[in-house]
Design a protein around this ligand. Structure first.
Ligand code: MG
Length: 183
């Protein structure tokens, strides 16, 4: 995590900007893929923990796999940006083996650097991209700073579908963000 950029979320008053989030849904099940097509999105970037699986999950559900398949069949590129350790990243490579996805090894959300690396990999622009994540101050704020066209905030996967929940510090941050943020 890039603490300096994250602090800007609070200190610059950015948490008050409603425009940081463009779409808010409970889960990917509730997200209409037409939104991606209508907005000419060519790249979907996903956080992993509590976005595509439970916290530190080791696989993806059939529903998530179908959602990703639908993106694949619409020729939407996919990247995974998880802000995690190298060891954890190896697990992600195994989970997505056989899918031609760019898996970022950066862990500096919400700094734009990791997002820009993904765009450069696919030779695309921020307005071609959508970010999906469960954390406003990192996943979504970083995409906002980079200029991603869609920034979709999801409820944490484990809250909806069960499984491992995030450690206390993550849940605490989420609670603090929730206190101040109404969007
Ligand atoms: Mg997450």
């Amino acid at each position: 995590m890039d603490i300096k950029t994250y602090l800007g979320f609070w200190l610059k008053g950015n948490f008050l900007r409603k425009s940081i989030v463009t779409d808010k849904v409970e889960s990917l099940k509730d997200f209409n893929i037409e939104t991606i097509i209508e907005n000419n999105i060519r790249l979907a970037v996903f956080d992993f923990d509590d976005t595509l699986s439970d916290f530190h999950g080791e696989s993806i559900s059939n529903d998530i796999a179908s959602f990703l398949n639908e993106l694949d069949s619409n020729s939407i590129k996919v990247a995974i940006y998880s802000n995690c350790s190298d060891g954890r990243n190896k697990v992600l490579f195994e989970i997505f083996e056989g899918r031609n996805y760019f898996i970022s090894s950066q862990n500096g959300k919400p700094s734009p650097n990791g997002y820009i690396e993904i765009l450069n990999h696919y030779n695309l622009k921020p307005e071609d991209a959508a970010m999906f994540g469960d954390k406003l101050g990192t996943d979504i704020y970083g995409a906002y700073l980079t200029g991603f066209k869609l920034r979709v905030l999801l409820k944490p996967y484990s809250y909806i579908f069960g499984g491992n929940i995030a450690p206390f510090k993550d849940r605490f941050v989420r609670r603090v963000e929730k206190l101040f943020i109404t969007h």
